[in-house]
Design a binder for this molecule. Structure first.
Ligand code: SAM
Ligand code: SF4
Length: 373
């Protein structure tokens, strides 16, 4: 479920997020979400919902009542597993933290907080509206309201040294419970950071420093019982985000709300769906026809197999080469597997799964491109 609004646009972010100076008509959006859920459930009936992710944008700008209506609609139109994981993405400001108990009462059982950095100078550089103190207070409120919470940090920031990051990460781990998302700053085209970077006014760590930052991340998290289960996600074993595993394992998911992507099967075919990105455009489409879907493509076998590689190799558990063969109709090239194994980028484990190694992860894109070729 994508909630597309934010209080301000962060200069590094290219998510589908929009700032509105007039109040958002939540009542009207809640009705549209309910309607799109009903339409999507009619095209994908009989499924069991095992996880729900309210992402954004900034879902923590929603009133708990709106979240409750969305979750109730899901429960009315699909069967929801008794142990369903329901995550809400929240910005760590004091205002938003006051809603946490309301979200829990509405059915949310996990929050993911966008802390991003633990020092005020970095937060300012990232264009964030909260201080480090405010973020840590929000983490404490999350801890008291939910059994499960996670937070995000962005590293490989301008001027960040491995020593500075090691200290910050250790601090973060002392505040974390079972899960942390640690993203390297990516310079996304079309963002203000992209222009600054191109003009030489924003310098990100060079390759060697970025590699050192990555290695320290793995070492410190591993030592504290939070190994990476995905290239940027760390959890205590058993505390992985079930929802994200659905994407990376190539399972089915429904995408609802403005700019949401879905993968739904029908008659043995996999459909890749995407909805209208502009919030008001999506609203009008849903009100007129019950859904905001603007793209509905059937993936051919090669596309399905490539997606399985691209997503699955992000995971520590890797991929099953036999499933790749079933999807694509051809086996992965044994010659390429042998070369990448020799180079130490991949390994085939005892159960036959193909996994990227610790030294392969920093060059994951090249590994995927090589195997998919
Ligand atoms: C949709 S946002 C998070 C939700 C919430 N709006 C927030 O900012 O706290 C998901 C996460 O992606 C990460 N992210 C977004 N843009 C990024 C970039 N250019 N490089 C690295 N991480 C990024 C941030 O850590 C962010 O918390
Ligand atoms: S990082 Fe979060 S708050 Fe900032 S613009 Fe992106 S979605 Fe909105």
């Amino acid at each position: 479920m994508h909630w597309p609004f934010c209080l301000s646009k962060c200069p590094y972010c290219d998510f589908n997020s929009h700032v509105r100076h007039a109040a958002v008509d939540e009542e009207r959006f809640a009705r549209a979400f309910t309607r799109e859920i009903e339409t999507t459930a009619a095209r994908a009936p009989g499924r069991e919902v095992t996880s729900i992710f309210l992402g954004g944008g900034t879902p923590s700008l929603m009133q708990p009542r709106t979240v409750g209506r969305i979750l109730d609609a899901i429960g009315q139109h699909w069967h929801v597993a008794p142990d369903v994981e329901v995550t809400l993405e929240a910005n760590p400001t004091s205002v938003e933290a006051t809603r946490f108990r309301g979200y829990r009462a509405a059915g949310v059982n996990r929050v993911s907080l966008g802390v991003q950095a633990l020092d005020d100078a970095s937060l300012k550089m990232l264009g964030r509206l909260h201080s480090a103190r405010e973020a840590l207070d929000a983490v404490a409120i999350a801890r008291s309201a939910f059994d499960r919470y996670s937070f995000d940090l962005i590293y490989a920031r301008p001027d960040q040294t491995p020593e500075m990051w090691a200290g910050e990460l250790q601090h973060a781990i002392s505040e974390a419970a079972e899960h942390l998302s640690l993203y390297q700053l990516t310079i996304e085209e079309g963002t203000p950071f992209f222009g600054l970077h191109a003009a030489g006014k924003l310098k990100t760590p060079d390759e060697a420093v970025a590699r050192a930052l990555y290695d320290i991340t793995q070492e410190i998290c591993g030592k504290h019982g939070l190994p990476a289960y995905e290239i940027s996600n760390h959890a205590r074993p058993g505390a992985e985000c079930q929802h994200n595993l659905v994407y990376w394992r190539g399972e089915e998911y429904a995408g609802i709300g403005p700019g949401a992507h879905g993968r739904l099967d029908s008659d043995g075919l996999r459909h890749a769906t995407a909805t209208e990105k502009r919030p008001e455009g999506w609203l009008m489409r849903v009100e007129a026809s019950g859904h905001g879907v603007v793209t509905d493509d059937i993936l051919n076998s090669e596309e399905r197999a490539d997606e399985y590689l691209l997503m699955g190799l992000r995971l520590n558990e890797g991929i099953d080469p036999a499933r790749y063969r079933t999807l694509s109709g051809r086996a992965l090239d044994p010659g390429r597997i042998a070369t990448l194994t020799e180079e130490g980028a991949i390994t085939i484990d005892a159960s036959g799964r193909l996994r990227v190694t610790q030294s392969g992860f920093p060059v994951l894109d090249a590994v995927v491109a090589d195997l998919a070729a």
